[in-house]
Design a protein around this ligand. Structure first.
Ligand code: SF4
Ligand code: SF4
Length: 212
């Protein structure tokens, strides 16, 4: 909050508003609850007694410290004086403008949160597992052709052949790789093209999982 905002209350100079806490030093037992409770730094403790050293920092209309004080040592003026000022100074034009700004700020924050959530839901990487008899299917070449001129890449490619003889006898092998987006875009729609390629090559897509 700016200094200007601190010193006015809806356009009224704060020092003109008679809303400050008063501590009855004889009733105060020095529990420090008001000191800890007040988020505006109104209180300090002096010789075991609460002392409202910055009374103009007190939020107009707040009486929290007075409500929680175990000995009712804190009192406030009547709210009548505040209500009178509200009427006389016609603060509601100012309040209306402040409310408008608050709505605008909240709408902006909501829009930003929604945008951040949308970005968080985008998967820029996906893990793919393919199984089958790769033989002369030129799968790697076709994969290379698929990503050519597209903002995607294939990384961490591993090819597992159970045994060389087994591969010759057309035993299934496994290939794993990751699809990444070069522009940090969602890879999910592109996975459909990878699925189609695997299917077209007569292989089995074990999984195609977006991983964030
Ligand atoms: S809460 Fe009441 S009793 Fe406790 S320190 Fe404050 S004024 Fe004193
Ligand atoms: S009334 Fe509220 S703002 Fe004022 S001194 Fe007490 S806790 Fe702080």
């Amino acid at each position: 909050m700016s200094d200007d905002k601190k010193k006015t209350w809806h356009g009224i100079p704060r020092e003109e508003i008679p809303w400050v806490p008063t501590v009855d030093a004889d009733a105060c037992i020095g529990c420090q609850l008001c000191y800890v409770t007040c988020g505006r730094g109104v209180y300090e403790m002096h010789q075991g007694v609460a002392d409202p050293v910055s009374p103009m920092e007190c939020m107009v209309g707040c009486s929290t410290c007075g409500n929680v004080c175990p000995t009712s040592a804190i009192s406030f003026p009547s709210l009548d004086a505040v209500w009178k000022l509200e009427r006389e100074r016609q603060i509601f034009k100012t309040v209306k403008k402040e409310a408008l700004h608050k709505h605008e700020r909240e709408d902006t924050l909501k829009a930003r949160d929604a945008a951040q959530k949308a970005v968080a839901q985008v998967s820029t990487r996906a893990k793919v597992e393919v199984a089958g008899e790769f033989g002369d299917k030129r799968f790697l070449l076709r994969l290379e052709e698929l990503i050519e001129n597209k903002p995607f890449d294939v990384v961490n490619l591993h090819f597992q052949v159970p045994t060389v003889k087994g591969a010759k006898q057309k035993a299934p092998s496994f290939m794993t790789f990751a699809v990444t987006s070069e522009r940090q875009e969602d890879v999910t729609p592109f996975l459909d093209q990878v699925r189609a390629l695997v299917h077209d090559a007569g292989l089995v897509l074990v999984s195609a999982t977006p991983v964030g």
